[in-house]
Design a protein around this ligand. Structure first.
Ligand SMILES: *Cc1c(COP(=O)(O)O)cnc(C)c1O
Length: 255
């Protein structure tokens, strides 16, 4: 057999670690979806990870998502047409970064899930455009569960009420919550953040917000995805561990 590429090896490692974390938490691996975050990926790495069977791709920058989705979707369709046996059955783009209202319209046709709903006005904007397009858009509400002032996301105390308002919209389907661990504080702080988010999720369920569609906790990145899985994550967002590299400063501030 040919030697595996560095990306194929990394993906094996990540899948192995997901399996171990699931076993430790007594969860089935099928409950956890790996989203490959393309922020630091080169275009050929994105094509490669698709061919390795990863069909969920995440981007945090609107413009990059627009460019990449067009190119990658074309590649996917072409591969699928002939020799696409290793390709995932579906290709889904996840918008995971801060979203401004004026960017909703252009990205709506490209994304399958929006993880970063952090205000009523943003949800309303999505609802309006989704209605015009005659579709129902799956969204997650981003909770600032670590309560860092610099982070995007809904304050913990406001989250259940906002979730209820979002849930009442016709063309938006609230499927769960997204959160990010604080930069500081290591594993312990990450665990507290994830646990907090899960508590809000349970409270929403108790109030029947989202109905049976409320299923997802999008939490955990390269440094903390195992902890997130232990705390109930159903979607993990992994970038640098797979693709290497660093996000340039100016790209970070653009988010
Ligand atoms: C960049 C990013 C990730 C991926 O982070 P890594 O540490 O590279 O795995 C996940 N989620 C969001 C919202 C991001 O912006």
């Amino acid at each position: 057999m040919a030697k595996k590429s560095p990306l194929a090896e990394k993906l094996d490692e990540v899948r192995d670690r997901i399996a171990k974390a699931c076993a430790k938490a007594k969860r089935d691996v099928s409950e956890v979806t790996l989203i490959a975050v393309t922020k630091t990926a080169a275009p050929e790495q994105i094509r490669e990870i698709l061919q390795l069977g990863v069909g969920d791709l995440g981007e945090s920058r609107v413009q990059v998502l627009q460019q990449r989705a067009v190119q990658v979707n074309e590649f996917y369709a072409r591969q699928k047409a002939h020799d696409g046996e290793n390709l995932p059955a579906k290709l889904r783009w996840h918008m995971i970064g801060h979203l401004q209202r004026n960017k909703v319209k252009p990205i709506l046709p490209l994304v399958s899930v929006i993880h970063s709903i952090d205000s009523l006005r943003l949800a309303e904007e999505i609802d309006q455009h989704a209605a015009k397009a005659n579709k129902k858009v799956p969204v997650l509400m981003q909770v600032n569960a670590s309560e860092e002032s610099s982070k995007f996301g809904v304050a913990v105390g406001a989250s259940v009420h906002l979730a209820e308002q979002i849930d009442s919209m016709e063309n938006v389907q609230l499927i769960g919550l997204m959160t990010m661990a604080p930069l500081e504080g290591g594993d312990e702080a990450a665990r507290r953040t994830f646990l907090r988010t899960r508590e809000i999720f349970e409270e929403m369920k108790w109030h029947k917000i989202g109905g049976t569609g409320l299923k997802h906790l999008s939490m955990g990145m390269s440094n903390d995805f195992e902890t997130a899985i232990e705390e109930g994550a159903t979607m993990i967002r992994v970038g640098t561990l797979l693709f290497g590299g660093k996000v340039a400063d100016e790209e970070m501030s653009e988010e």
